[in-house]
Ligand binder design. Structure first.
Ligand code: GUN
Ligand code: ZN
Length: 433
């Protein structure tokens, strides 16, 4: 017998990309979401679904709350727990300060303790899927995957590859070691439970041509795995990259010339892209992952939301914690809105939620499994609290349309607005009363 539970509350999810169809969402004031063995069995208005349920099915009531698919954070660093909120310079100077502190994650028992804290913060903030950078040490990724497997999370991660240009005193890897360690991690974790491996060259500056060739080889050998890296974040970074790869036309072209663009590649930041870059990204189906909180923190610049829309690129938001000073995707949406405003573009709440839910699932080609509440999908969802704070509760009494309600939550909400988080139908976080 299937184990069935039902949840009653308001319900919101996206059905398609609002950049193409602004009506492609569903908002139901009084809904029932029915879950059987960790998957969505049915959903819809309470009045329609309730009569289809056996009388003894337990219904969890979520008054003053909205059931929403779990958030996706498609760019985040696990070994930066102690280096978030560190005062300092822009990107390259900041990296020199923080990278040495990633060294301690080679100790697996330390990394395990940190993984518990890190995953706990993701869940407290309503993030149920993330694309995570580990440290260069495979132990950091083993520790993270072990804890994520225990929680049955849908999570991707990889050890960072960096065989040159690291701050003094830092362990450099080699292409051979990067290959061996990544391969070992792929064989152990990729496809285990709900986990995926993401080959993770830190960025072009820290990878020799041989290291970038290793990335291509890993993708060839494991075509359903992923790749993530940083792209075009900061003007000085771009200048240095082009000095190292003088034969390349642009920063994007560096990765392109090593065959690293494609539908399973996630590029973080992507701030200073030209039109020709957007076009190439679009042609190859590569994914852009802007990280507004980090970009404001490091003063890196403004992601071009309008150009991304015009070129129809696949994209999903991230926080880039620890340069981002938050785990909250609601904060990332808020900062994304402000970033777009600075360029005369108004990011709608539906776009922001799309880039943090269904868009994230599509970016990972996982939208058959997660991303919204269509029957058959895995039940990763959150309960957004309309009474998160006295002021949010009051402000929402003056908001009536779905757009107004979601916008208030994304502008005023944070971890306090996540009443509970469920993974494959199981509660993994519940806010203290
Ligand atoms: N570029 C290379 N490494 C990093 C990192 O850890 N954070 C950010 N924001 N950019 C990077
Ligand atoms: Zn990053």
């Amino acid at each position: 017998m299937a184990s069935i539970t039902a949840h009653r509350g308001s319900l919101f999810h996206l059905l398609d990309d609002p950049r193409k169809d602004s009506e492609a969402y569903e908002f139901i004031d009084d809904a029932l979401l029915v879950i059987a063995d960790g998957r969505i069995q049915s959903m819809g208005p309470y009045s329609q679904i309730k009569p289809t349920l056996a009388a003894d099915i337990n219904i969890e009531e979520h008054p003053d709350a909205i059931l929403c698919p779990g958030f996706f954070d498609l760019h985040i660093h696990f070994p930066q727990l102690t280096t978030t909120a560190v005062y300092g310079e822009q990107l390259l100077g900041w990296l020199n300060t923080i990278i040495p502190q990633e060294e301690v994650y080679k100790d697996q028992s330390h990394a395990s303790q940190c993984a518990e804290l890190f995953l706990g913060e993701l869940l407290r903030n309503g993030t149920t899927t993330a694309a995570v950078y580990g440290s260069w040490a495979k132990e950091s990724v083993n520790a993270l995957f072990e804890k994520a497997a225990d929680l049955n999370l849908r999570l991707g991660a990889g050890k960072v590859m960096a065989d040159r240009n690291m701050p003094e005193g830092i362990s450099l890897t080699s292409p051979e070691q990067d290959y061996d360690d990544s391969k070992e991690l792929i064989e152990r974790w990729h496809g285990h439970k709900r986990l995926s491996y993401i080959t993770t060259p830190r960025f072009a500056i820290s990878c020799t041509p041989d290291d970038l060739r290793v990335c291509r080889r890993l993708l060839d050998e494991h075509p359903d795995s992923y790749l993530q890296t940083h792209l075009s974040e900061n003007p000085r970074e771009i200048e240095f990259t082009l000095e190292l790869f003088p034969e390349c036309k642009s920063y994007l072209d560096v990765y392109d010339s090593y065959g690293l663009l494609g539908p399973r590649t996630l590029f973080g930041h992507c701030i200073h892209l030209e039109d020709s870059d957007f076009q190439r990204v679009s042609e190859t189906g590569s994914v852009l992952c802007p990280n507004p909180p980090s970009n404001f923190f490091l003063g890196s610049g403004l992601f071009k939301f309008q150009a991304a829309k015009e070129h129809g690129v696949r994209m999903a938001l991230g926080t880039d914690f620890g340069a981002g000073n938050t785990f909250s995707m609601l904060n990332s949406m808020e900062n994304g809105y402000k970033m777009a405003q600075l360029q005369g573009y108004s990011l709608s709440p539906f776009e922001a939620f799309y880039h943090s839910t269904l868009g994230g699932a599509r970016a990972l080609s996982m939208d058959q499994q997660v991303g919204n509440f269509l029957p058959g999908k895995e039940a990763d969802f959150i309960v957004l609290d309309k009474t998160a704070t006295p002021f949010i509760e009051w402000r929402l009494q003056h908001a009536s349309t779905p757009s107004e309600i979601l916008f208030v939550l994304m502008m005023l909400g944070d971890d306090r607005a996540i009443r509970a988080t469920y993974v494959a139908g199981q509660q993994v976080h519940c806010k203290a009363a």
